[in-house]
Design a protein around this ligand. Sequence first.
Ligand code: DX5
Ligand code: ZN
Length: 218
Amino acid sequence: DRRVKIAPSILSADFAALGPECRAIEDQGCDWVHVDVMDGHFVPNLTIGPAVCAALRPHIRTVMDVHLMIAPPEPLVDAFVDAGADMLTVHAEATDHLDRLVAQIRERGAKVGVALNPATPEEAVRYVLDKIDMVLVMSVNPGFGGQSFLASQVDKIARLRALIGDRPVHIQVDGGISPKTAGQVVAAGADVLVAGSAVFKGGSVDQPAVYGDNMRAI
Ligand code: DX5
Ligand code: ZN
């Protein structure tokens, strides 16, 4: 299914109403729910952990796409799988043993993604491409929503698509995705788009139709 998927990031949602917000974006037609986990160590922000993910699980009917911006990730992998993560994405920069880590996640029965920060070349995933389900290309420096898209990442997306070849591996792009930037990343080979501020801006749990309009505009 080559249709581009939209995965709204709940980092930009109302943190006092994350359950209803997850239901609202799914009612408005999102494909996945992107959950940004931050530890205040790997990135300079601290958001939510496994307990909140577990609480959100009953409110997510589609895919709980968990983006782990934590280091080290190994000690918490089981907790996030147990919390119900369908896709668990770890940063290549957050572990010394990426091959072993992706195997650990797959053994637990979750799909596995590897995220690359803007300065990390696509080559970093060359030797795990047969063991993963997705590569997440960060088009901002991780930690916050509402940042500007880094155009340097378009070239990386295209090179990555060539490297992946005909393997069934998604390319997810995350950061600064909007109607202005989505076209070029899809043209370069991305098939899953994460968007936080572009989806949630101007809306609220009481005005969810705005989320649908924003998603369709991307
Ligand atoms: C940043 C997160 C992104 C972020 C995207 O560290 O990984 O998912 O929430 O937010 P926008 O779409 O506003 O750039
Ligand atoms: Zn993210």
